[in-house]
Design a protein around this ligand. Structure first.
Ligand code: ATP
Ligand code: MG
Length: 179
């Protein structure tokens, strides 16, 4: 597992952007965390780094949104899904997310842990959570822990490069630096 931390929404966006640079077509990223944890904020930073133009908004009611990526990397499309309103795994399966990312796309799936059983074995799980230890900052910004766990071979081989890309956000480094 890779443990990271951000101080505010822009920090979460920039962490997501750093990860996006290491994403490849066919990747599935499960965004995990409670209401307001920062899953959509993460998706915004990820999308911006892939060259998505225009706003990325919550897909809570549309379930799935697709964006064209104008960046120079291999990812040509971003699929942003939200499973919050779905009660059954058959509904998750009906979204056909594995088919949507075949070829050129990456999928970010909010509340993705709920759908994991029908989304395939290979996924990067990104868990966002507020930290209890820090006081609330100005403007509603709060630190978040961001823990990344890779499942399956597509991600295992990239673990070291992702850890390196996220080193500026490393949770242990931040704790040491604060002392
Ligand atoms: N460090 C931080 N990272 C991300 N968001 C933060 C941070 N600090 C404060 N926030 C605020 O927390 C909120 C996160 O909202 P967001 O919509 O991204 O959550 P979500 O996990 O997608 O929630 P939902 O489950 O409702 O979809 C925003 O209002 C954002 O400004
Ligand atoms: Mg959301």
């Amino acid at each position: 597992m890779i443990g990271a931390r951000t101080d505010d929404p822009d920090g979460t966006r920039s962490l997501a952007g750093a990860l996006a640079g290491h994403s490849r077509p066919g990747d599935l990223i499960l965004l995990v965390g409670g209401l307001g944890a920062g899953k959509t904020v993460f998706a915004q930073g990820f999308a911006a780094a892939l060259g998505v133009a225009g706003p990325v908004t919550s897909p809570t009611f549309t379930l799935v949104r697709q964006y064209r990526c104008a960046g120079t990397g291999p990812v040509r499309q971003l699929v942003h899904a939200d499973l919050y309103r779905l009660d059954h795994l058959t509904e998750v399966a009906d979204l056909a997310l594995p088919e949507l990312i075949e070829g050129e796309a990456v999928a970010l799936v909010e509340w993705g842990d709920a759908g994991a059983p029908v989304l395939g074995e290979s996924a990067l799980e990104v868990a966002l959570a507020p930290t209890e230890s820090d006081r609330r900052r100005d403007g509603g910004a709060e630190p978040r822990t961001v823990d990344l766990a890779a499942r399956g071979p597509a991600w295992a081989g990239r673990r070291d490069e992702i850890a390196a890309a996220l080193r500026p956000f490393a949770a242990d480094q931040r704790v040491r630096g604060a002392r």
